[in-house]
Design a protein around this ligand. Structure first.
Ligand code: HAM
Length: 432
């Protein structure tokens, strides 16, 4: 084959793509019920935006970005995540004049130059949520509760959030110094990347995949011991709100997350239904980012779900079930009649999938197609609640009737076409 999808990218064909769209539709429904509106920001941003926000010393900026000069020599980057772009967009829109809090969400592709493996792609999709203008832990709790409602609606059970609070400002400096001191006698366990991390940003050591270092970090100074009074109160406040909201969580003092903008709360959810790449989602608070990017100081908190992983792990198919009608003209001369019957069925049951078999190679072939849909033996975009073959030959055309066979029950009946609305409308009510 001459042309193939670029390494680490993949095509989403109809059955899979419909599952993605259904998960996004559910996200829209759950998030809208909490006041979150959709935002869409460009896939291309200036490279500096990510260096300033995600952080120069993170793996993402250091070695995973798709960065290139445009025709005028400006350095652009395919977004590796959505938070920085959203913050930039809000600052540009005059965030100081917008009513607070600002609640936004989006779904879209992200790009990271990582080694592809199961669940890890170079182009992947995220569902991202951001809440801007709430400093209180009630904001962190709101997005976590909403997140868990979304996951429950997708059929997930037993998921737990790992939650930590990372020191910011002076407390972070003290924590970094303590980490350096702790690791000084263990320098033999450090790889080249780790040595760079110790010098540039010791918090990033927790991202290291080096097993010797991971072992050494088990007894390292703990983030929670370095929190100032305000951070401690924030963290305790969040934990008690989560307990009251029924969100299951564990404190994880080694969780720092691989992006530099986090202050205070960080969290992740992993799923045992995934392989080695088991992080389903991650998020946290980023109270300094607006100011860092040239905007007014504004507290904010958010998360992003890896949508590819979400669908790989989802226990239930998010697509709603729909009645499927395969309209089958017996011969070429029945096609016209078939098209107008198909129109009538769509008008009678707007949620139905009504497709016409254009082969006009007889009823047998049309029935075969309907049977494939019923059995799921060939890829089909939709999830069938019931499958009907609508058989239209000379007899039906001349008598203005339709013959409908329910493939599941085998029941078949012929009735006047004008009764379609009544009969299908009735069928729809019993399905609901
Ligand atoms: P992140 O942890 O870098 O956070 O990414 C969030 C999720 O995206 C991960 O948990 C994972 O499910 C998915 N993901 C990341 N890389 C890949 C990949 N190469 N292939 C497939 N899935 C992947 C963020 O991006 C932050 N912007 C989250 C956030 C929003 N924090 C505050 N607001």
């Amino acid at each position: 084959m001459k042309y193939r999808a670029v390494k680490g990218t993949r095509d989403l064909l109809p059955p899979e793509c419909e599952r993605f769209a259904a998960a996004e539709a559910l996200a829209r429904e759950v998030f809208a019920a909490h006041g979150y509106g959709e935002i869409r920001t460009p896939i291309l941003e200036s490279t500096e935006l990510f260096a300033r926000s995600v952080g120069e010393t993170t793996d993402i900026v250091h070695k995973e970005m798709y960065t290139f000069p445009d025709r005028k020599g400006r350095s652009l980057t395919l977004r590796p995540e959505n938070t920085a772009g959203i913050v930039r967009a809000l600052i540009e829109a005059g965030v100081q004049n917008l009513p607070k809090p600002i609640r936004v969400w989006c779904a879209g592709p992200q790009f990271r130059y990582e080694q592809p493996q199961a669940g890890r792609y170079r182009e992947f999709r995220q569902i991202d949520v951001e809440l801007v203008g709430v400093a209180d832990p009630a904001g962190d709790a709101e997005i976590l509760e909403m997140l868990f409602e979304f996951l429950a609606r997708l059929g997930f059970q037993g998921l737990r959030a790992r939650v930590n609070c990372v020191p910011a400002g002076k407390a972070r400096e003290a924590f970094s110094a303590a980490l350096r001191e702790y690791l000084a006698p263990r320098s033999g366990d450090l790889g080249a990347d780790d040595v760079r991390r110790v010098e540039e940003n010791p918090l990033r050591l927790f991202d290291s995949k080096n097993p010797a270092l991971q072992e050494a970090l088990k007894n390292a100074p703990r983030t929670l011991d370095f929190l100032d009074e305000r951070a401690r109160r924030h963290h305790q406040g969040l934990l008690s709100l989560l307990a009251r909201a029924g969100v299951d969580f564990d404190e994880d003092p080694s969780l720092v997350r691989g992006l530099d903008y986090y202050t205070l709360t960080v969290f992740e959810v992993t799923s045992s239904a995934l392989g080695a790449q088991d992080a389903l989602l991650g998020g946290g608070r980023y109270d300094d980012l607006f100011a860092q990017l040239g905007g007014p100081p504004l507290p904010a908190v958010g998360f992003a779900i890896g949508e590819d992983r979400l669908l790989a792990a989802a226990p239930e198919d998010p697509r709603r079930r729909r009645a499927v009608f395969v309209v089958v003209p017996d011969s070429g001369s029945d096609v016209d009649y078939a098209l107008s019957v198909a129109r009538d069925i769509r008008a009678s049951d707007p949620a139905a999938v009504v497709e016409t078999d254009f082969t006009a190679k007889g009823v047998g072939r049309g029935l075969g197609r309907a049977a494939q849909v019923l059995e799921g033996s060939s890829p089909y975009p939709f999830r069938a609640a019931s499958v009907h073959a609508v058989l239209l030959g000379l007899r039906e055309r001349e008598g203005e009737t339709v013959t409908i066979k329910n493939l599941k029950t085998g029941e078949q009946s012929t009735f006047p076409r004008r009764e379609l609305a009544e009969r299908l409308g009735g069928a729809r009510e019993t399905r609901q």
